[in-house]
Design a protein around this ligand. Structure first.
Ligand code: AVJ
Length: 331
């Protein structure tokens, strides 16, 4: 047995060795299974994050637009519930910061002191999130946390006496998790918080299939580029030899979960080499890369109850396409 290494050494190409080993293990393991799959977290390297940012601005990708409008409308309501107490906003995945800025401005008008704590693994993303927050609310204190979400929750600790904490988990990021993982994550979130703290969680709702298909296979091909970047990343970081022209992006609907699912489909019989191994794909064979779960309002309520939150408020657009649920820790 090898002792776990605690420091991440940088390789010549700048990639942390531990992350590279984990990526290699996930790709090799995932492509050796009968149903080939690569975990979706590897989609988000620097280039993947930029491509996702681009997706959020596409006309076809409704979630960001709809949620931004929702938050503009509900920000005063959220702020009113935290009124009068010093407030720390923990932002799990700040994105481009537009959505957060609306909330921070509303809060700044009602609380005596505001601390903004964005959480991200990327230092660049944290710096940008802090800069945006400073622009929105010049008086806010910034406390960036460079960590994965679970680690950030572990480090949260008890709030200061009298302080109100608001954890944001927006954009339906939760949709990337299997149901059991999502429930476990929300339970951890609940345990990291104390009485009077709140969480605002974004859920993308079940909606007409044509809308979903366009959102996950946009006419401009940005989503395809985002998905294919997974193979490009394997070529860059693992010296794999995926022929990007021989794979197609596919987005399918699974009514059972329900979820949109993303795949990379092999256009022909082919062999790929990585980590000293040869992996074969048949024409038409698919690699599963992502689930984007869609929810029904009853499921949102069930998640809150299961995790031990009180449902304080639910904000939904007129078409019922997206939902931001405000949950409170009782006591
Ligand atoms: C970042 C998980 C919310 O599933 O809608 C967008 C990622 N993938 N288009 C989503 C994504 C393809 C996105 N989340």
């Amino acid at each position: 047995m090898r002792a776990p290494r605690r420091t991440a050494h940088l390789r010549a190409d700048g990639t942390p060795a531990l992350a590279r080993d984990a990526f290699l293990a996930d790709v090799l393991g995932g492509l050796s299974r009968p149903q080939k799959a690569i975990p979706s977290r590897w989609l988000y390297d620097a280039r993947g994050s930029r491509l996702f940012q681009w997706i959020t601005n596409l006309p076809a990708y409704y979630p960001t637009r709809v949620e931004r409008e929702l938050l503009s409308a509900c920000a005063p309501d959220v702020a009113a519930r935290l009124e009068g107490r010093p407030c720390t906003v923990v932002d799990l995945g700040a994105g481009d910061g537009h959505k957060t800025a609306v909330l921070l401005r509303a809060l700044a008008a009602r609380v005596p002191a505001l601390t903004y704590a964005p959480v991200d693994v990327s230092a660049a993303a944290l710096a940008e999130a802090c800069a945006r927050a400073a622009e929105a609310v010049p008086g806010a204190a910034a406390r960036p946390v460079r960590a994965i979400y679970a680690e950030a929750l572990r480090r949260l600790g008890p709030g200061a006496p009298g302080e109100a904490r608001l954890v944001l988990f927006l954009g339906s990021s939760i949709g990337n998790l299997e149901h059991a993982e999502a429930a476990a994550f929300l339970a951890r979130l609940r345990r990291a918080l104390g009485p009077g703290d709140h969480a605002l969680v974004g859920f993308d709702l079940v909606k007409p299939l044509d809308v979903l298909r366009r959102a996950y296979d946009d006419p401009q091909g940005v989503t395809a580029a985002f998905n294919l970047n997974l193979l490009a990343r394997a070529n860059r970081e693992l010296s794999a030899d995926f022929d990007l022209a021989a794979f197609r992006h596919r987005a399918t609907w699974d009514p059972g979960r329900p979820a949109m699912e993303s795949w990379l489909e092999s256009a022909r019989d082919q062999a790929v080499h990585l980590g000293g191994r040869t992996l074969r794909l048949a024409a038409g064979e698919r690699i599963h890369t992502e689930i984007s779960c869609k929810y029904r309002p009853a499921q949102v309520a069930a998640f809150a109850a299961e995790a031990g939150f009180e449902a304080a408020a639910r904000f939904t657009d007129a078409r019922g396409w997206f939902c931001d649920a405000l949950w409170r820790v009782g006591g």
